[in-house]
Structures are given as structure tokens and as C-alpha cells.
Design a protein around this ligand. Structure first.
Ligand SMILES: [Fe+2]
Ligand SMILES: [Fe+2]
Length: 206
């Protein structure tokens, strides 16, 4: 169901933390994805029927986007916005969440928010600890611990909510598989913009 990219993410994180300019673009890329997720959560919330949990989730994803921006200063970098030249992964970064959201909507319109968010929280639970470990190893001033803890809570919440949705197992499998495919495209694009070779010797699923 969930496709791990542990070795690919480890290799990418080790490469970017060693180079401040690439590291800045990586932080900005994660900030963009957090912002994109936050906008999607906010857009899917009903203006008057929204529950506290959804508000909390949107607020925390916006906080993550901003917090990652603040970390840029700790490595002497500045990205004024999310233009392509300030990101890693180019168009694949722009398309990652939109394509997943579209796929989830086609699978199950009423649970698209839950399905998309669940798949992304699973990826965040893999990515942030690996990134944090790369930061620790390199002695970087950047910190992502506070994001990691909130993403763990989000994942638990999504698991609980999906557990209450009847017949969700089939949709979860399909959406997680699609997320794996899109994540691989995104990682390959990130490798291309860092000009290091995607570790095909490790895995080649496409
Ligand atoms: Fe987040
Ligand atoms: Fe989250």
C-alpha cells in the first residue's frame, strides 16, 4: 500500500544539507508543499459547519509553511516566493498534491480530503524524520522537530477518521499507490534539479 522511498530521501537530504543554496531551495519546496496542503484543507472546509479539528489542521499546515520559511534565515538563504527557480523539482513540485487530490476526488468525492491528507501524512511521517537525521548528522542549525510532532498527530487523526468511514480500505490502497507514483516522479525531478543521479541501483519502479 504505502511505497517507501527511504533510501532516495536519505540520499537527497544528505546532498541538500551539504549545500546552503540547495538547502534553501529544499526548505522552500517543503514550505510550498505545506502551503499547498494548507490551502487545500482550508478550501475543503465548510464556512459554517467546519469543526475545530479541521481548523486546527489547516492552521498547523500554514504554520509549517511559515516555520520552514523562517529556517531559511538560519542558513543565510532567502526565497521571496515559490517561483520555480526557488524550488527543487520544478513542475513536479507544483503538480504533486494537485494530481493526488484530483485522483482521490475521482475515487471517492466525499472522502477526497481524508484520503489525500492521509496519504500525504504517511509521506510526511517518512520524510521529516529522515530529513531531521540528515540535519543532525551535518550539525545544521535548521530544526524540524516541531513539525514532525504535529504531523504525527495529524496522521493519527486521519487514521481515526478513515477508520470510521465504511469501505475505505480499497480507496486508501488506490490513493496510497498513486501517491507513491507521484512521489517517485517528484523525487526524480528533485534529483534532476540538484544534478545528482537518481539512485536507480536502489529501486526502479517506473
Ligand atoms: Fe505539515
Ligand atoms: Fe499534516
Amino acid at each position: 500500500m504505502f511505497i517507501s522511498f527511504k533510501q532516495e530521501i536519505e540520499a537527497l537530504a544528505a546532498r541538500v544539507v551539504a549545500d546552503p543554496a540547495l538547502h534553501g531551495r529544499w526548505l522552500n519546496t517543503l514550505s510550498y508543499l505545506e502551503h499547498c496542503g494548507a490551502c487545500k484543507i482550508a478550501a475543503s472546509a465548510h464556512p459554517s459547519a467546519v469543526k475545530e479539528e479541521r481548523l486546527k489542521h489547516a492552521a498547523e499546515e500554514f504554520r509549517h509553511a511559515h516555520y520552514l520559511k523562517t529556517q531559511l534565515r538560519r542558513i543565510g538563504q532567502c526565497c521571496v516566493d515559490y517561483r520555480r527557480s526557488s524550488l527543487l523539482g520544478g513542475w513536479a513540485t507544483y503538480h504533486y498534491l494537485h494530481r493526488l487530490d484530483l485522483f482521490a476526488s475521482r475515487q471517492n468525492q466525499s472522502h477526497a480530503y481524508l484520503l489525500t491528507t492521509y496519504a500525504i501524512e504517511l509521506r510526511a511521517a517518512e520524510l521529516y524524520p529522515l530529513y531531521q537525521e540528515a540535519l543532525r548528522k551535518s550539525g545544521s542549525k535548521v530544526r524540524v522537530q516541531s513539525i514532525l510532532l504535529e504531523e504525527e498527530e495529524h496522521l493519527a487523526e486521519m487514521e481515526r477518521e478513515l477508520g470510521l468511514a465504511p469501505g475505505s480500505a480499497t480507496f486508501i490502497r488506490a490513493v496510497c499507490e498513486e501517491e507513491g507514483r507521484l512521489c517517485e516522479l517528484w523525487l526524480r525531478a528533485c534529483f534532476r534539479t540538484t544534478e545528482i543521479v537518481y539512485p536507480n541501483n536502489l529501486k526502479n519502479r517506473l
